[in-house]
Structures are given as structure tokens and as C-alpha cells.
Ligand binder design. Structure first.
Ligand SMILES: [Zn+2]
Length: 74
């Protein structure tokens, strides 16, 4: 199995869509780094997380992930 970002959950078998572009921080301060897909999954499951773009990530990364997460919740 290929290495996946730390935001990918064990129950979710999907591969990463690309390199990790964001840090996802939950209320307890735990930080995960995630690719767009897995970060969006986390946003969908836990709307209270904070997303911060990693250096070098595309400017609209956070917006794209939040929008994708909102779509998954529907
Ligand atoms: Zn991933």
C-alpha cells in the first residue's frame, strides 16, 4: 500500500489526490497534514476543524477544501 497523508482515515481506502497541501487542526490541538481529498473528508465529518494552507500550496487550497467538504455533507 502506498503512503497516504495523515488525514486519511483507515476506513477510507481512497488514495491521496496529490501532495499534502494543508494542516488540519482540531479543537484539541491535534494537527494532521492532508491532501485535498482527505482534508475535505475531514471537513465533511468534523466541521469544527481549522484548515491552514502549507507553504507553497495553491492560494485557493483552503477555499477549495472547505467547499468540497461542504458538498460531501449534503
Ligand atoms: Zn490524502
Amino acid at each position: 500500500m502506498t503512503t497516504r497523508c495523515t488525514a486519511a482515515r483507515a476506513a477510507d481506502r481512497s488514495p491521496c489526490t496529490g501532495p499534502a497541501t494543508v494542516t488540519i487542526q482540531d479543537r484539541r490541538g491535534a494537527a494532521l497534514t492532508g491532501c485535498e481529498l482527505h482534508a475535505a473528508h475531514l471537513v465533511a465529518a468534523r466541521p469544527d476543524v481549522q484548515i491552514v494552507a502549507l507553504p507553497g500550496a495553491p492560494a485557493d487550497t483552503v477555499r477549495v477544501i472547505v467547499a468540497a467538504g461542504a458538498q460531501m455533507r449534503r
